[in-house]
Design a protein around this ligand. Structure first.
Ligand SMILES: Nc1ncnc2c1ncn2[C@@H]1O[C@H](COP(=O)(O)OP(=O)(O)OP(=O)(O)O)[C@@H](O)[C@H]1O
Length: 427
């Protein structure tokens, strides 16, 4: 653990950048320092690797005062990533990444092998190894920066606005990549940003700082969104924090029903049987159970030919189907994703799929609203403990009192993954 203990930084000109800051940064998770420009985030980060020395207080790493440790060894034990990557322009990508292992005395071959391994880990194609930084896009350069910081396998990673200089789409990809890498490596990461959305997406803990280097609130993102400490934090979080908070509630346990689901060749009896009174539509799937679109029950019903009286299997063609929209992955995506699907759906019902894209059921806005109320009330939407006797692990009744049609029809497969796991990686 990194403990920042009553730390103050007063620059030579008298500016107090950080004022009596106390913060415990837990191991193996991402702690984000966020706040408006000039509030002391970078100063705090740089005091952790002693690029800046505190004027007062102390910083401890696993109980050891950093001030007592040799600076060079300390910096090598902490990877450091900055905006625009800060790569050595005259070195190839592979040699940029191999920098710290080389400084640690590794021979060139081993250091380069390690660098290539890391290129793969951060999602960089091996063909880029021999290029120079100017021959890479901004996003690729940031990946090199992350790979370089990880090269000597340091337990701590300090990241100062590492994704600020790239466009929003590349940034989203880099954020997802960081979460993936973190889930594999479990580093202690201290991440600076001025972007509260980035903080919420990445942080296990978030320290909101205010100008003058004061700590306004230190909490996990869910707590920050649900209970901002004061008007400054509330204002900094922005307006739609209720909706954003839904990202922290898993869709596992959400009631879905498989009743209004048919394949395109369903006969009249099946269509009648599967039409819910409250939903005049049926979700049509292909033979593999993948969603094709919504159809009105009457459009799907086999029609009788008026001429010879013969019945035809002339149901709605797939071209007539209403788009099913983006489905959500039950148990993996959040209640925010489920709600978004329902709001965007032409029928108002969201389509739930498993990890393979196969439909497991559909659910209405009302059902999602009920789950949201349950989640806010602390009942959460986590599924109940698995019951050894229950044959169907995806029994959706665990969400509490059934407010929606009971699940029936083909039993949906249990979605993969640990339903208790934080939704963070999926956001
Ligand atoms: N070397 C310095 N000498 C004097 N003042 C400094 C120095 N470095 C930073 N400051 C001041 O300290 C305060 C905190 O700066 P810092 O860079 O830590 O803020 P920040 O929160 O990281 O800002 P930003 O988001 O804009 O990067 C600011 O008022 C800044 O002007």
């Amino acid at each position: 653990m990194i403990r920042i203990e009553s730390v103050t930084k007063r620059y030579a000109d008298g500016t107090v950048a950080v004022d009596d800051l106390t913060l415990d940064i837990p191991d193996g998770s991402i702690t984000v320092l966020v706040g408006p420009s000039g509030c002391g985030k970078t100063t705090t980060l740089r005091m952790i690797n002693r690029m800046i020395e505190p004027s007062g207080g102390r910083i401890l790493l696993d109980g050891q005062d950093l001030a007592q440790q040799p600076v060079t060894a300390l910096r090598r034990s902490m990877g450091y990533v900055i905006q625009n990557a800060g790569l050595f322009q005259h070195r190839t990508i592979v040699d940029n990444i191999a920098t710290v292992p080389r400084m640690l005395g590794w021979d060139r071959g081993r250091a380069r092998e390690r660098a290539r391994e890391l290129m793969d880990r951060v999602g960089l194609d091996a063909t880029l190894a021999k290029r120079y930084p100017y021959q890479l896009s901004g996003g690729q350069q940031q990946r090199v920066g992350v790979a370089r910081a990880l090269a000597a396998d340091p337990p701590v990673l300090l990241m100062d606005e590492p994704f600020s200089a790239v466009d929003p789409i590349v940034r989203k990809g880099l954020q997802a990549e960081l979460l993936r890498i973190q889930s594999e490596l479990g580093k202690t990461i201290v991440f600076v940003t001025h972007d509260i959305d980035e903080a919420i997406k990445l942080g296990n803990m978030i320290a909101v700082m205010r100008t003058g280097g004061h700590l306004a609130q230190y909490a996990p993102p869910d707590e920050l969104l649900s209970a901002p400490a004061d008007a400054f934090v509330e204002d900094f979080l922005g307006t739609d924090r209720g909706i954003r908070r839904l990202s922290f509630f898993t869709s596992a346990g959400l009631d879905v029903t498989a009743t209004p689901i048919v394949t395109a060749d369903a006969d009249a009896a099946q269509i009648a049987e599967r039409t819910l009174p409250e939903l005049p539509y049926l979700l049509v799937t292909d033979a593999d159970g993948k969603p094709l679109g919504w159809a009105k029950a009457e459009d799907l019903a086999p029609r009788t030919d008026a001429g010879d009286g013969a019945s035809t299997e002339d149901g709605a063609s797939t071209a007539d189907l209403l788009p099913h929209g983006r489905p959500f992955v039950l148990g993996q995506d959040s209640l925010r994703d489920a709600l978004d699907c329902a709001v965007l759906s032409p029928t108002g019902w969201a389509v739930a799929v498993d990890g393979t894209g196969k439909v497991v059921g559909v659910t209405s806005q009302e059902t999602i609203a009920t789950a949201i109320r349950g989640a806010h009330a602390g009942r959460a939407t986590k599924p109940a403990e698995p019951d050894a006797d229950a044959p169907d692990a995806a029994d959706t009744s665990a969400a509490g009192p059934a407010q929606a049609p009971a699940t029936d029809g083909p039993a949906p497969d249990a979605p993969d993954g640990d339903a208790d796991a934080p939704v963070k990686a999926a956001r």
